[in-house]
Every structure is written in C-alpha cells, then in structure tokens.
Design a protein around this ligand. Sequence first.
Ligand code: ADP
Ligand code: MG
Length: 262
Amino acid sequence: MIRITVANQKGGVGKTTTAINLATALAAIGWRVLLVDLDPQGNASTGLGVTRDQRLRSSYDVLIGEATVVETVVATRVPRLDLVPATVDLSGAEIELVDLSHRTERLSRALAEVPDDRWDVCLVDCPPSLGLLTLNALVAAQQLLVPLQSEFFALEGLSQLLQTVERVRQGINPSLEILGVVLTMFDRRNNLSQQVAEDVRACLGPVVFHTVVPRNVRLSEAPSHGLPALIYDLKCPGSEAYVRLAREVMGRLARLKEAEAA
Ligand code: ADP
Ligand code: MG
C-alpha cells in the first residue's frame, strides 16, 4: 500500500478538496483507496457524505489504540474508496498523544497492521497545523503532496513544512519523499495568480505538478452534497484538473517504483 500524506499547515489551501478528488480519481481507475481523515473538522468525512452517525469509530480511536484501521473504515458512496472518518474527539488528540508512547508513530504503526493486499493506496488528509497529527501523517507516509493556494503568500510557511519533513526524514522516517506540489484555486484571469504560479515554479522547479487546479465553484459546492466533485460534476474544469493530477501522480509513482526496482 502506497501511503501519501496531503499536508500544508495553512488552512483553506485545498488539502481536503485535493485528498477527496484525487482519492476518487484513483478509485475510478480501479485502485482500492483508503482515505484517512486526520482533521478534527472532519471535512473529508463530511465531503464524502459520511454522516456523524456513521462515525462510530474514528481516526481518534486508531491513534490512541482503541481500534484498528480495518475496524474503523466505512465504505463511501464511491466504489473502492473507504474512509477512516474523523470526529471532534480528534481535537483532543494533539494533547492526549503527548503522554502516549511512540506518539509520532501511532498512525504509522496502525497502518502497518493493515493487510497489505487490502488497499493499493492510502491518502491522509491533514489538519492545518504542524502539530502531532500532521507529524503522525508525515511519519506514516512514503510520499508527501503539498497543495499551495495560488495567492500572494503561497510560499509562506512552506520552508517550515519542508524543515519538518527534513527532521522526520533524518529521524524516524528516512523514506519520506516529496511527491509534488500542486497549485490550487488558480484564477486564469488574475495576473496575481499567474505571477504566483511563475514564482512557485521558479522557486521549486519540477517538483511542481504541471496540472494547476483552477478556482471553480463546482469544487466548493460538491462537499455540501456529500459528493466528490468528480461525481457531482465530472465535466467541470475542477474535476478535469483532478483527473489530470491523478494521471501525473500515477506517472510519478510508477517512475519511483521503477527507480526502486533498478
Ligand atoms: P483545506 O483542507 O486546506 O483547509 P479545502 O480543500 O477545505 O482546504 O478548501 C478550502 C475551501 O475552498 C473549501 O470551501 C473548498 O470547497 C474551497 N475550494 C478548494 N479548492 C477550490 C477550488 N479549486 N476552487 C474553488 N473553491 C475551492
Ligand atoms: Mg481540510
């Protein structure tokens, strides 16, 4: 199971939208996908139409060791896409985890127990902070995907995230790699968006995905219907961008696999 964490400590940059729609695109081409909602706000869970009543167990239980991943998953309306939902309990986890052993490895250990043939890929949607929840997600992942909002302060905070990645890599999880950076909420008619995209590419180089996710109201409407945009409106520009992003992600994963085998 390939493990990809979607993180950026800024809120509202498109992490959850990216996690949901990338997960859906990968499921649509036949991958069995596990999405772990690690944000106490539970936006990925709500956005996938998983009601509070269905969240009998949650990522909180997994982190504190009260339940296994397999016991916690709920099926979503998307075939082949399963979810470990989040509940508000998770907001206490940042504090509760401090007193537990292996506090940054809780998710990693829980995912290691999952039978390897159950899912092909696991995506983790992070909260907007660099606290213990995001650390758990970074320790659990082989790949990091960073959404950046196409606005003036896009790169602000990125160095802090990359420093955290470097610490995790030098410490507990040397296999953590940066899969890519994706620009979100791009406005073609806005010069600032264009300028930001150019700056980000100049600064970060080829790690930035070719695919840019446009600002598209359909992407923001979909969660209120409990559906990924890809199902709510497959033909909208936002959905089309996420299909392209999924292709790029698969291409990069395949190349990494080849490099590993060589
Ligand atoms: P995060 O998880 O990083 O906090 P979200 O994915 O929840 O960010 O996005 C923040 C808000 O912006 C949400 O209301 C979401 O529906 C909306 N949104 C995300 N991406 C886009 C986009 N490309 N176009 C328009 N709205 C978007
Ligand atoms: Mg979110």
